[in-house]
Design a protein around this ligand. Structure first.
Ligand SMILES: [Zn+2]
Length: 215
């Protein structure tokens, strides 16, 4: 598939990642969207980041999706509050009867060490994965969007820090990690569109996998 003019046409090598309830991703290499045999290429969210980690909706355990998404951040926070019920995370959970990723970002902004650690760990795992993915296509940019990206610059700075720590310098020196800003950058809109269309393709293929596995 050729990239349409005006939507990512100036980015020939690009990684787009959406951090929402899950991790969506798409990659453009040499001006073409990577799709693979059945549309599953570049599914960074389903690279295993932690063997024997949290269960993933793909049927395996420890995918990036289970750590670096809103769901993943809540997983990490629940682990912490079970061990430390009187921590700020535990108190927040009891007050509201639930916990979401925004609570963790808010408490991290209030210097709660456990919440800061969760955000830091999430950025570390993301930076590590992006560094690996970037080695494959040598992108000019990694664009991060989705609900979690609303945490904005502090999250982006942490991801960039870890990306630079893990990536080949020849790759990180030429690669910008930036937040998706609709209306501001046609390339980003194109990338987001591509991620979305890829996700639509991937969902049914997981259904087929699940059917085959139950045979
Ligand atoms: Zn998975």
């Amino acid at each position: 598939m050729k990239i349409k003019k005006g939507s990512g046409s100036n980015a020939t090598d690009l990684i787009a990642i959406t951090l929402g309830t899950g991790v969506g991703s798409g990659m453009i290499a040499n001006g073409e969207l990577l799709s693979g045999m059945n549309g599953t290429a570049a599914e960074i969210g389903h690279i295993i980041a932690e063997p024997h980690g949290y269960p993933c909706n793909c049927g395996r355990e420890g995918c990036l999706d289970t750590i670096a998404s809103a769901t993943g951040i809540v997983h990490q926070a629940m682990d912490h509050l079970l061990a430390y019920p009187n921590s700020p995370l535990g108190i927040r959970y009891r007050e509201n009867g639930r916990l979401d990723a925004k609570d963790v970002f808010d408490l991290a902004a209030d210097s709660d060490a456990a919440s800061e650690h969760i955000i830091d760990h999430t950025a570390d795992v993301l930076g590590f994965m992006i560094a690996g993915a970037a080695t494959i296509i040598n992108p000019s940019a990694v664009i991060i969007g989705g609900g979690l990206s609303r945490a904005g610059l502090p999250l982006l700075q942490k991801i960039t820090h870890y990306f630079k720590q893990y990536a080949l310098p020849r790759i990180s020196e030429q690669c910008d990690i930036r937040l998706a800003q609709l209306g501001n950058d046609a390339g980003m809109i194109g990338a987001a569109y591509l991620v979305k269309s890829k996700l639509n393709k991937v969902a049914p293929s997981f259904g087929i996998l699940a059917e085959n596995e139950s045979d």
